[in-house]
Design a protein around this ligand. Structure first.
Ligand code: FAD
Ligand code: FMN
Length: 605
C-alpha cells in the first residue's frame, strides 16, 4: 500500500464508523494513524502501511486496510482506468456548455460541482469538444447553451449545431437530457440557439427529462432553481457510494487543458474567492480620463480600478463585471412624472422590501420607464413588476496582470443617443464616465478561458480590434512583452478620425518601436469621402494575412458584434478564397477548422 495519494478531508477520515469491529483502543490507534497519513500526504510523501507492531488484532488490521483503501482516491493511473471504465458504461452524466462570454460555462461548472458534491459521476465538457463523446451511447446529458449574433449558437457550439442539425446526425434514443438556454429577451431571437438544440434533440429521439428553461439576463435565481430540480430527478442509482472503490472525476476543459479531479479529493472543494458576482468588490477609481480628443463624435474613456485588498486575480482576455447604479436625475424624473413620493415600499428582484427611490436607483433597469408609462396611473408595486432587474455590464480588461497585478484597466465608450426626442444615457458607461475616487465601483472578474493568448509564445497573433475592441489586445501585447514572447503580433485598429480617435496611439507606437508589435494597420472610416473599415485593411493585405495563417497565426476579433464581427468574418473567408485559392466550400471548412482548433477566437458584443 505505497503510493502518492489524494485524501479526503481530515475530519472525515478520522470519523470511523460505529459498526467498525474495533475495540476502543484499536479505534483510537487507527484514528491516530489516519491523521498521520494525512500529514504524509500533505507533504507529498508516500504513505506507510500499517506497521507490524500496531497494537491491533488481525481482524482489525484487515478491516483498517480495507477502510483506508476505500477512503483514498486512486493515484492518477488508477483514476484514468476507472474513468475509462465509467466511460464504457456511460453512467457519467455529461454536462455540455455552449458559451461565448462565460455565463453558460459558469453555470455548467456550477452544476458539475453540485452533482459531484452529492456523488454523481460527472464530466463538464466544452461543446467545442463534443466529438470526444459518443452521444449515441450516452445515458444522461445536461446542456447549457447561450445565444449569440442574431439567434445563433456561440462560437464554441457552432460545429456541434452543424453536426446536430445535419441529415447525418444519428438517432439519440438512448439519451435522456435537460437543457438550459441563456439569452436576453431584448433580442428578437430570444434563446434561439438553446431552443433549436432542444427541438433537434427531441427530433432525434432523445428524451427530455425536465422542461427547458429560457433564462433572461437576470438568470441567477431561475437557473439555480432549475439546476436543483434537475438534480432531484436524476436517478439516485447513478450516485457513487462512499465506500465504493470507484473514483470518478469531474473534467473541465478550459485553458486548453483537461483537469481531472478525484471525487473524494480535497481539491473538490475549490475555495470560492471572497469577491465574486454575488459579492462584488468595492473598487477604487485610480484614473478616469478621456481618450478621444476634443472634436471627436465619441467619448471613449480609460479607467483604472484598484484591486488592492480584493484577492482578485485575472488573465489577459478576462472581463470585469460592473454593477452600476442609475442616474439620480432620471430616478427623480420618473418619481415626479408618475406622481410617486419615492417612499412607497416595493420589492427588489431578490424579494427584499425597499423604498421605491432606492429600488429605482439600485435594482431595476429604468431607462424605458417613461416610454412605457408616460403618465400617472400605475401603482408603484405594479410598476416594479414590469421592470427587469439591473444587470452588471462587462468590460474587457485592457491591461496585463504581469504589469498591473493590483489594477484593472478598462476602455469604455460612453453610450449617448437621442431616441423618441429624448436624450438617452447608457446606464453603466455613463456611471463609469462619471466615476470618481470617492465612490467605490462594485466589480467582479469574469474569466474568459476562450479568449487567451496562444500558449506557444512563438505563435503569431493577428488581432482585429476597432474601437473599444482594442482593450484586450492592449492586455495581450503587454503580456507578450512581459513574458518576452517571440511570436509576431499584427494589430488592426479602426475608429472614425485619426486626429481625435486614435486612442493608445503612443503606446502602440512604442510597441512597434520595441518590436512587440510587428504590424499595425489602421482604418479611420471618416477621414476620406468613402468609408474604410478594418475588414478593408484585411482584404488589402490578403496575401500577407494568408501567409501568417499558414505560419500558424491565431486570429482574434474583439468589439462590435452587430456589423464589424460579421464583416471581418466575411473578409476572412474572402482571404482564404482569393489569397489561399480555396473554393467557397473549402474556405468555409478552413475557417471552421481554425475555429475548432481555437485559432479563430472572438470576444464580440
Ligand atoms: C464580454 C463583453 C465585453 C465588453 N467589453 C466592453 C469594453 O471593453 N468596452 C465597452 O465600452 N463596452 C464593452 N462591452 C459593452 C458593455 O458591457 C455595455 O453593454 C455598454 O457599455 C453599454 O452599457 P450601458 O449600460 O452604458 O448601456 P445600456 O443602458 O445597457 O444601453 C445600451 C442599449 O442602448 C441602446 N442603444 C445604444 N446606442 C443606441 C443608438 N445609437 N440608438 C438606439 N439605441 C441605442 C441599445 O439597445 C443598447 O443595447 C462589453 C460587453 C460584453 C458582453
Ligand atoms: C453580441 C451579442 C448578441 C446576442 N444575441 C442574442 C440573441 O440573438 N438572442 C438572445 O436571446 N440573447 C442574445 N445575447 C445575449 C446572450 O445570450 C446572454 O448575454 C447570455 O447570458 C450569454 O451567455 P454566455 O456568456 O454563456 O455566452 C447576445 C449577447 C451579445 C453580447
Amino acid at each position: 500500500m505505497e503510493g502518492s495519494i489524494e485524501l479526503v478531508p481530515k475530519e472525515n477520515i478520522q470519523k470511523l464508523p460505529e459498526t467498525a469491529p474495533l475495540s476502543l483502543v484499536e479505534k483510537a490507534w487507527i484514528s491516530g494513524f489516519l491523521a498521520g497519513i494525512m500529514e504524509y500526504a500533505e507533504a507529498g510523501r508516500p504513505f506507510p502501511s500499517i506497521p507490524k507492531w500496531a497494537p491491533i488484532s488481525p481482524v482489525a488490521r484487515q478491516w483498517a486496510e480495507e477502510f483506508i483503501f476505500n477512503l483514498l482516491s486512486f493515484p492518477q493511473a488508477e483514476l484514468q482506468k476507472e474513468e475509462e471504465s465509467s466511460r464504457a458504461n456511460h453512467s457519467t452524466i455529461k454536462i455540455f456548455f455552449g458559451s461565448q462570454t462565460g455565463n453558460a460555462e459558469e453555470l455548467a461548472k456550477r452544476m458539475g460541482r453540485k452533482l459531484q458534491s452529492v456523488k454523481f459521476p460527472v464530466s463538464v465538457i466544452d461543446l467545442a469538444d463534443f466529438k470526444s463523446v459518443d452521444l449515441t451511447k450516452e445515458s444522461y446529458a445536461i446542456f447549457f447553451i447561450s445565444t449569440f449574433g442574431e439567434g445563433e449558437p456561440p462560437d464554441n457550439a457552432r460545429e456541434f449545431w452543424e453536426y446536430l442539425s445535419s441529415s447525418e446526425a444519428p438517432r439519440l434514443e438512448n439519451l435522456q437530457y435537460a437543457l438550459l438556454a441563456l439569452g436576453d429577451s431584448a433580442y428578437p431571437d430570444f434563446c434561439q440557439a438553446g431552443k433549436n438544440v432542444d427541438k433537434r434533440l427531441e427530433e432525434l429521439g432523445a428524451k427530455r427529462i425536465y422542461p427547458r428553461i429560457d433564462c433572461d439576463v437576470d438568470y441567477e435565481e431561475s437557473a439555480s432553481k432549475w439546476i436543483d430540480s434537475v438534480l432531484e430527478i436524476l436517478p439516485r442509482s447513478l450516485q457513487i457510494s462512499d465506500q465504493s472503490k470507484q473514483a470518478f472525476s469531474v473534467e473541465t476543459k478550459g485553458e486548453g487543458q483537461k483537469v481531472s479531479v478525484p471525487l473524494t479529493s480535497k481539491k473538490v472543494s475549490v475555495p470560492q474567492p471572497p469577491f465574486n458576482k454575488q459579492n462584488p468588490f468595492p473598487s477604487r477609481v485610480l484614473e478616469n480620463r478621456r481618450l478621444t480628443l476634443m472634436g471627436s463624435e465619441k467619448e471613449t474613456r480609460h479607467l483604472e480600478l484598484s484591486l488592492e485588498g480584493s484577492d482578485l486575480s485575472y488573465l489577459p482576455g478576462d472581463a470585469v463585471g460592473v454593477f452600476p447604479t442609475n442616474w439620480p436625475v432620471l430616478v427623480q424624473e420618473i418619481i415626479e412624472t408618475l406622481g410617486y413620493t419615492g417612499e412607497e415600499i416595493v420589492p427588489t428582484p431578490s424579494g427584499e422590501n425597499v423604498p421605491l427611490r432606492e429600488a429605482l436607483y439600485r435594482h431595476y433597469e429604468i431607462n424605458s420607464i417613461l416610454d412605457d408609462f408616460p403618465k400617472k396611473g400605475i401603482g408603484a408595486l405594479e410598476l416594479v413588476k414590469n421592470l427587469r432587474s439591473l444587470s452588471p455590464r462587462y468590460y474587457s480588461i485592457a491591461c496585463s496582470p504581469k504589469l498591473y497585478e493590483m489594477e484593472v484597466h478598462l476602455t469604455v465608450v460612453v453610450v449617448r443617443y437621442i431616441q423618441h426626442g429624448r436624450w438617452r444615457r447608457g446606464i453603466c458607461s455613463n456611471f463609469l464616465a462619471e466615476a470618481s475616487p470617492k465612490v467605490p465601483i462594485p466589480i467582479f472578474i469574469r474569466s474568459n478561458p476562450n479568449f487567451r493568448i496562444p500558449s506557444d509564445p512563438d505563435a503569431p497573433m493577428i488581432m482585429i480590434g476597432p474601437g473599444t475592441g482594442i482593450a484586450p489586445f492592449r492586455a495581450f501585447l503587454q503580456e507578450r512583452m512581459a513574458i518576452g514572447a517571440k511570436g509576431k503580433n499584427w494589430l488592426f485598429f479602426g475608429e472614425q478620425h485619426r486626429s481625435t480617435d486614435f486612442f493608445y496611439q503612443e503606446e502602440l507606437e512604442d510597441f512597434l518601436k520595441e518590436g512587440v508589435l510587428t504590424r499595425l494597420d489602421t482604418a479611420f472610416s471618416r477621414d476620406q469621402s468613402y468609408k474604410i473599415y478594418v475588414q478593408h485593411r484585411m482584404l488589402e493585405n490578403a496575401q500577407d494575412f494568408w501567409g501568417w495563417l499558414q505560419e500558424g497565426a491565431y486570429v482574434y476579433v474583439c468589439g462590435d458584434a452587430h456589423r464589424m464581427a460579421k464583416d471581418v468574418d466575411a473578409a476572412l473567408h474572402r482571404i482564404c478564397e482569393t489569397a489561399g485559392g480555396l473554393s467557397k466550400e473549402k474556405a468555409q471548412e478552413y475557417v471552421q477548422n481554425l475555429r475548432s482548433s481555437k485559432r479563430y477566437l472572438r470576444d464580440v458584443y
